[in-house]
Design a protein around this ligand. Structure first.
Ligand SMILES: O=P(O)(O)O[C@H]1O[C@H](CO)[C@@H](O)[C@H]1O
Ligand SMILES: O=c1cc[nH]c(=O)[nH]1
Length: 325
């Protein structure tokens, strides 16, 4: 486990140290964008010629992402309720990205709720396009959340896990991607202040725990997470358990499949971000996700409740102080 990197990044974490400018706007480090007459955000089904990004998205302050379209639509309706917003009678929210047939995107006041699919490449593509969308819309200081599910490691099913750091399957806290035939390494860093702010929003009356720790971002659900129940498996149960216990001793509390690129690309742009997942199971107790569907569905709402309560708190703070977010 590349703990040195984890430690170094932890100390350096300060939003804005990379791409963020003092006035809250953030900088995408790509000189080519300025020279383009039009930008087609292909996977979002939007482009800068046909769509007025400032009008459509200029008031966005929070972007929430999760794997499935169903979850993100449910979250959008939940937000309407939490924020006390009402749709005109007889109307529904529309999927802004429906023409892309890739991701689904809903807008509720200053919040975008978007599905990202499974794994690093899928959320990576979305992050490129969402960060450009925010840039073209002239959004200042956006905050990004992933509201997901995960496999706990020594963490009971139903527990919320907020990622403090992200590592890959080899223990490195860098997102590594081949670019022009060479590996580019970007540190995966979550905003520590945001984690504390989220912890402050935990409802003490919750019947479940909320914990923090290191997240292992795997490139696979089965062998990549040490499961015995994939189509292939070349290791024994004893080897699997030794691996899981070693991870636990190193402070790894959960497996999921997006944290590394999520932390790295947002940090690279100077955008604050947090990964909040509910554990579907404790991997020290098994591999199969066999909790009844209705229970899993209720658990899935737990990260949504925490993030919605954070958003509500931030909006109330601004109303009280008469400032813009
Ligand atoms: O439930 P979400 O948040 O989509 O994500 C988790 O679930 C998927 C695997 O089942 C992976 O994408 C993993 O990160
Ligand atoms: O075990 C799990 C559960 C959800 N998502 C994962 O990536 N792993």
């Amino acid at each position: 486990m590349d703990r040195t990197c984890v430690k170094n990044n932890r100390n350096k974490t300060k939003s804005g140290e990379n791409g963020e400018k003092r006035d809250g706007t953030f900088h995408l480090q790509n000189p080519h964008l300025e020279r383009m007459d039009e930008d087609v955000l292909y996977h979002l089904g939007l482009n800068t010629t046909s769509h007025n990004f400032v009008e459509m998205f200029g008031d966005v302050k929070f972007v929430c992402m999760g794997g499935t379209a169903n979850r993100m639509e449910t979250f959008a309706y939940y937000l309407l309720d939490v924020l006390g917003l009402k749709l005109p009678t007889g109307t529904t929210l529309i999927d802004i990205s429906r023409n892309s047939h890739r991701y689904s995107m809903y807008k509720v006041g200053p919040v975008l709720s978007i599905s990202h699919g499974m794994g690093v490449p899928s959320i990576g593509i979305l992050l490129h396009e969402i960060m450009k969308l925010l840039k073209y819309a002239k959004v200042k200081d956006p905050v990004l959340f992933r509201i997901g599910t995960c496999g706990g490691i020594g963490v009971e099913g139903g527990t919320i896990v907020i990622s403090e750091d992200a590592v890959d399957g080899l223990g490195s806290s860098y997102f590594q991607v081949p670019v022009l035939g060479k590996i580019v390494r970007r540190p995966a860093v979550f905003d520590k202040e945001l984690i504390e702010e989220l912890k402050d929003c935990v409802d003490p009356k919750d019947s479940y725990k909320t914990v923090t720790g290191i997240t292992l971002c795997a490139d696979d659900f089965y062998e990549g997470q040490g499961r015995l129940d994939g189509a292939f498996c070349d290791y024994t149960e004893a080897e699997k358990m030794e691996y899981l216990h070693k991870l636990k001793d190193q402070g790894v509390v959960n497996f999921e499949m997006e944290a590394l690129v999520f932390a790295a690309l947002t940090h690279h742009a100077g955008i604050r971000a947090a990964d909040v997942c509910v554990a579907c199971l404790d991997r020290l107790k098994g591999d199969q996700v066999n909790t009844p569907k209705d229970v899993l569905y209720e658990w899935q709402k737990r990260p949504q409740k925490l993030v919605a309560s954070y958003i509500k708190k931030q909006l109330e703070k601004c109303m009280l102080s008469g400032t813009n977010l």
